[in-house]
Design a protein around this ligand. Structure first.
Ligand code: ADP
Ligand code: ZN
Length: 620
């Protein structure tokens, strides 16, 4: 095809409509085209697909893309077809005749890219096909599935190597994943038998994401406030359990939000329907457990709210990272509550994930999970830069302050907490004197003078420290306890129900040898709840720009419905934003927009330009 003589840049421009490569993309492409294996580790949304799609067009023959999820394949093939790149998929959603028809077309060279589920690779039909065709590249998407250390181990991924071995000529092999840890990366290289691979690990920062944490007294009210700050925008609300998911979804629906729900307890049919409703923008918000998201490529998710804290930062970053894949400003908010820690702890203690392992190994894993939980909680409660906290966790360098997270954007006052800390520590001390002990929540309740039943039952109300912090809200006492734990002036036991313990540093505080202070956020001003698009871009949307954007989005929805593809496959939000700002009315100007290649210009240009022209006249 014509693409053979085109260089990387022309392909990027003509087919994908992008004007520049992102970090790492071109190096990977060049390595693959020159015949060198690649292992690419890039965060979600960084643009891994282009790294094998561009070489697929430059190399002779066919590229086989191994991908674990049917929905993902379908999405990718639709997107490629829209760009004018011949591609197809082979998976279990197809009938036998569809399957052999696709293969027959492929034999005639109808496709440059063929997406295949790993289970299909070693079937007779596919092996015969592969022997008869020049396969120049095998690209493995979500390559961490090959590793038992990854979160989504799939035994069928181990067959990929068998498949490659059976080909008449070894193709170049490319592996891609967003999982950063060293163990997984090494497994990918080893188990896929990459040969002297070019390994590229890009930074894990996602600059367009704003990170926020809140510890609201009323989570529901906080959630509603956040949703109101994103009118007409698409987002995900993650909950820890199916029950919370159901309850929150119906409550939000009652309050008039455009909501659907998703968790593993629903029927296949409902899950599929709800997912489609969300992807096609028929419902703006999906309330879901962590079962939702793998394989969701929806690029215009503008916010991800965590109604509960996940078990570790890996999960959090993966889930939050589903926001803003199109590179547009998006927000990730964690609503933290002390109860979340207990829930996670319970889940870790009662996990049946590794039932096949022996008790000793399971204990090691449990310990590791508890450490990760502690780090997650640190993220939820820190007053330092949140992005810095994430990046350092993943081994990246990070500046002191990113300027785009709730801690960097908040004003803090510094409060002296030495006296409060002494009260808390003496309460722990008094309890110990009596041979009693308590966790953080109970200790806070004792100090606050709570009337709860368990207080009287255990005679906590006769302690000299009972009620000595009556004027401080329980949540604030908890926050100070968290601060003491973070500064290692207090510790927790390592049991199922951790209790507070004193250590050497506690004594320094108790005896006045050490002073302590805490950064307290100044409550945000009302303007912070303005819609995110105008707040985040820094420059306010120009006159009528938002209105035009809305109209363009409507047109996109109409086209998407008619063509039966998700709206973001037609044009991304980023493209529509640029369109609303630049108002192109000639084909040349239209193709200057990011995400507009030749094919899309031909296909949609006229209709969108007509709308822009009409809008211009009406505006004056
Ligand atoms: P990943 O697989 O790494 O999560 P994708 O390949 O789905 O990411 O790409 C994420 C988004 O980034 C897509 O909307 C894609 O069009 C866009 N993108 C990729 N490369 C570029 C580029 N060079 N310039 C502009 N946008 C890009
Ligand atoms: Zn920051």
């Amino acid at each position: 095809m014509a693409a053979k003589k085109m260089d990387n840049y022309e392909i990027l421009r003509r087919f994908f409509g992008h004007s520049a490569f992102r970090e790492g993309q071109e190096q990977i492409i060049d390595a693959l085209v020159s015949g060198r294996d690649v292992c690419g580790v890039m965060p979600t949304g960084a643009g891994k697909s282009i790294c094998y799609q561009v070489p697929a067009l430059r190399l002779p023959g066919v590229t086989v893309v191994v991908s674990p999820l049917i929905s993902l394949m379908k999405d990718q093939v639709e997107a490629l077809t829209q760009c004018g790149i011949p591609a197809a998929f082979l998976n279990s959603s197809m009938s036998a005749s569809e399957f052999s028809e696709t293969l027959a077309d492929a034999r005639y060279g109808a496709y440059k890219l063929l997406y295949v589920a790993p289970e299909r690779l070693l079937t007779d039909g596919f092996l015969a096909f592969s022997a008869s065709m020049p396969i120049s590249m095998v690209a493995v998407d979500e390559a961490h599935c090959v590793s038992q250390w990854g979160q989504d181990f799939r035994p069928s991924y181990l067959k990929i190597v068998d498949y490659i071995d059976r080909l008449p000529r070894r193709p170049v092999v490319a592996a891609f994943t967003a999982t950063a840890t060293r163990a997984v990366r090494d497994d990918v290289v080893r188990l896929l038998q990459l040969r002297d691979p070019f390994v590229l690990v890009t930074g894990f920062d996602r600059g367009n994401l704003r990170f926020e944490t809140q510890a609201p007294r009323d989570k529901y009210a906080a959630c509603v406030r956040l949703l109101r700050a994103h009118p007409e925008q698409s987002g995900i609300v993650y909950c820890a359990t199916r029950k919370t998911t159901d309850e929150l979804a119906s409550r939000l629906m009652d309050d008039g939000f455009s909501v659907t729900r998703y968790h593993a307890g629903l029927s296949d049919a409902e899950r599929r329907r709800n997912q489609e409703d969300f992807i096609n923008d028929r419902r703006l918000i999906v309330v879901a457990t962590n079962a939702f998201g793998m394989g969701i490529d929806k690029s215009n998710v503008r916010f991800v709210i965590h109604y509960n804290m996940p078990k570790n930062l890996e999960s959090y970053y993966q889930e939050a990272g589903r926001a803003g894949r199109d590179g547009e400003p998006s927000v990730c908010t964690l609503l933290y509550g002390a109860q979340d820690v207990a829930t996670c702890q319970w889940l870790i203690e009662h996990s049946s994930d590794n039932a096949e392992l022996d008790e000793r190994t399971r204990a090691v894993i449990r310990q590791r999970d508890l450490v990760r939980l502690r780090q997650m909680k640190e993220y939820a409660t820190t007053t330092d830069c949140l992005r810095g906290c994430i990046l350092r966790y993943f081994g990246d360098d990070a500046p002191e302050s990113c300027g785009n997270c709730s801690n960097c954007l908040s004003e803090f006052t510094v409060a002296d907490i030495t006296v409060d800390a002494q009260k808390i520590l003496s309460c722990v001390y008094r309890l110990r004197e009596r041979g009693q002990s308590a966790g953080a929540e109970l200790t806070a309740q004792i100090l606050h003078g709570s009337q709860a039943k368990r207080i009287a039952e255990n005679h906590y109300d006769t302690l000299s420290t009972y009620g000595i912090m009556r004027d401080v809200p329980v949540a604030t006492i908890r926050a100070i306890i968290d601060e003491l734990l973070r500064r290692h002036c207090l510790e927790t036991s390592q049991d199922e129900k951790p209790v507070l313990l004193l250590n050497a540093a506690s004594k320094d505080v108790l005896f006045g040898r050490k002073k302590l202070s805490r950064r307290v956020p100044v409550p945000p001003k009302a303007e912070k709840t303005k819609p995110v698009t105008t707040v985040l871009t820094g420059k306010p949307a120009g006159d009528g720009e938002d209105a035009l954007f809305r109209q363009l989005r409507l047109l996109r929805a109409v086209i998407a419905r008619r063509e039966e593809v998700p709206p973001y496959i037609v044009f991304s939000d980023a493209t529509l934003r640029a369109m609303a700002a630049a108002r192109p009315t000639t084909p040349e100007a239209f193709q200057e927009l990011p995400g507009v290649g030749q094919k899309k210009l031909e296909r949609y240009g006229e209709r969108f330009m007509l709308l822009i022209r009409m809008n211009g006249e009406g505006r004056v």
